[in-house]
Design a protein around this ligand. Structure first.
Ligand code: PLP
Length: 394
């Protein structure tokens, strides 16, 4: 018999994954070419050439223990130093390699940092719409996820509601910008005001409230809008990064977490993260991928394919009549369900071979997420299907 706690995980298992599995069933029925899978943020485009060159270089490296062996659980020191130096150039910061630990993707980083910081009964706050897995990550550490209601049509963090929801138990606030599922980039103004609220609440309760910035989409930006470096706005900010999207490597599981010196108890947090990376069973982030990430640290991210998809999809859907949030970044488009029930709408979409994800998954009923990290051809050929779907519900 599985543990009681597991029952909730299994029954509440991700609707995104369910939709992804559904699209595979549709592919078996109609042929993969005739199924339009907008379910999972799984990049269609190949990693940059530098990734392959780096992998080949290390596969031929004479010291195989160095390339494939264990290392310090926080990662190779020289890899962390290279990443820190790159961050310092980009964000005018002064991090050392020791401010970072390498992680098993963004998910591994978030779970480690939650384990390090959150005690039983403490609260983790997220702004809807949010990456649905945060609920499971909070449950992993017996914390409650407190969800701040969404604020359409901008979908910036709803600060009015937030202020009243911060309590003496609030340990962590998570932000994700560019955002999954909306593609919105939070403005420096809103993030600055969020930081002010956190400072006030820390003083009021005499606690530390850590702001975790979950940034797997940092470089995927289409509008020239700035993605603020959050530790420059708030002292107790920790950044989680992943190469899953920027280098098209989601299955390779590589990322890092930055804990700046000014973060309260930074040294202890980094020591604890070193231990937790091991005891949670990750042991260390994948060795070969750490070396590849260091080689590719300054490789420019080519967003041209995503931009083309975004323009085509946003233009095509709004022409049909859908109300969409125009994405600034990431590779998701958020649209208002034309019928009130987004779960029902996504179920109906299957009749048109469209795999789309209800907003309910992200704490935002009545909306739909499309992941457009697919081929241009698929986006183009999906538009008549979206039109038929629209006509079927109007
Ligand atoms: N955070 C957000 C906002 C995401 O969208 C994702 C993946 O889609 C993750 C975390 C997990 O990323 P990774 O695959 O690097 O663990």
């Amino acid at each position: 018999m599985i543990a009681d706690k597991m029952e909730a995980y299994v029954t509440g298992s991700s609707l995104i994954r369910a939709m992804f599995e559904e699209s595979k069933k549709m592919a078996a029925k109609y042929g993969a070419d005739n199924v339009f899978d907008f379910s999972l943020g799984n990049p269609f485009f190949a990693p940059p050439a530098e990734v392959k060159a780096s992998i080949e270089k290390y596969l031929a490296y004479p010291d195989q223990v160095y390339v494939h062996g264990y290392m310090n659980n926080s990662g190779y020191p020289e890899v962390r130093e290279k990443i820190a130096a790159s961050l310092n150039r980009r964000f005018d910061t002064q991090y050392a390699g020791g401010n970072l630990f390498m992680t098993v993707g963004a998910a591994g980083g978030l779970n480690t940092i939650l384990k390090v910081l959150v005690g039983a009964g403490e609260e983790v706050v997220a702004f809807a719409p949010y990456f649905g897995e945060y609920g499971n990550y909070a449950a992993n550490v017996d914390a409650r996820l407190i969800v701040v209601p969404p604020s359409p049509p901008t979908f910036e963090p709803n600060l009015e509601a937030f202020e009243g929801m911060v309590t003496a138990k609030t340990k962590i606030v998570i932000v994700n910008t560019p955002n999954n599922p909306t593609g919105v980039i939070y403005s420096a103004d809103v993030l600055g005001r969020l930081a002010d609220i956190l400072r006030r609440k820390q003083r009021e309760f005499g606690t530390d409230i850590y702001l975790i910035s979950d940034e797997p989409y940092r470089e995927l930006v289409y509008t020239g809008k700035e993605v603020p470096w959050i530790p420059n706005l708030y002292e107790n900010a920790i950044v989680g990064y992943s190469y899953s999207k920027s280098l098209s490597l989601p299955g390779e599981r590589i990322g890092y977490v930055v804990v700046p010196d000014c973060v309260s108890d930074s040294e202890r947090i980094l020591q604890a993260a070193n231990v937790m990376t091991r005891t949670l069973g990750y042991v260390n982030a994948p060795s070969l991928m750490q070396l590849v990430a260091a080689d590719c640290v300054d490789v420019p991210v080519d967003v041209s394919n995503y931009r083309k998809n975004r323009d085509l999809l946003y233009g095509g859907l709004t022409d049909i009549g859908y109300r969409c949030v125009e994405p600034d970044g990431a590779f998701y488009l958020f649209l208002e369900s034309p019928i009130p029930d987004d779960v029902e709408f996504s179920a109906r979409a299957k009749d048109f071979q469209l795999a789309i994800v209800p907003g309910k998954v992200f704490g935002c009923d009545g909306w739909i997420r499309l992941a457009y990290c697919t081929s241009y051809d698929k986006v183009e050929r999906s538009l008549p299907k979206f039109k038929e779907l629209w006509e079927s519900v109007k």
